[in-house]
Design a protein. Structure first.
Length: 134
């Protein structure tokens, strides 16, 4: 078996004609940030394959799509949690992608800032409305 390692500029790797969006690769390593909201319909919806969306893994499960849309339509956190637990079970049984690691995000803030809470997601200011400074 021969392995060929190709390195691409970040701007090209996700272009619509780049290797990720066209599916022209066998294994890819790249960074990814999770959203604050657990919805992943943009990333794993059956209708989100490139160039129409970000479903780079080409994962398609109509049941997951239905559950995602249902979860997005309700605000009750406990009901959403149950739906996302089922979504996660279905995704993990298919394993369309395999995260290798998660990188810690480092936050540097003034020590006088109160009620700051760092985020594992893509939005470091997720609770900015709670921040106070004496």
């Amino acid at each position: 078996m021969v392995v060929t390692i190709k390195s691409y500029p970040y701007g090209h790797i996700f272009d619509n004609d780049g290797p990720i969006r066209t599916g022209n690769y066998n294994l890819a390593f790249y960074s990814y940030s999770v959203n604050y909201d657990p919805s992943a319909l943009d990333d794993d919806g059956c209708d989100q394959f490139a160039p129409h969306g970000g479903n780079d893994a080409r994962f398609c499960d109509p049941v997951v799509d239905r559950l995602e849309r249902e979860a997005l339509s309700i605000t009750d956190q406990s009901k959403r949690k149950a739906l996302y637990a089922e979504i996660q079970r279905r995704r993990m049984s298919s394993l369309p992608t395999l995260p290798v690691y998660f990188r810690d995000r480092v936050s540097v803030v003034d020590t006088s800032l109160r009620d700051y809470s760092s985020s594992w997601g893509i939005i470091p200011q997720w609770n900015a409305w709670q921040w106070t400074k004496p």
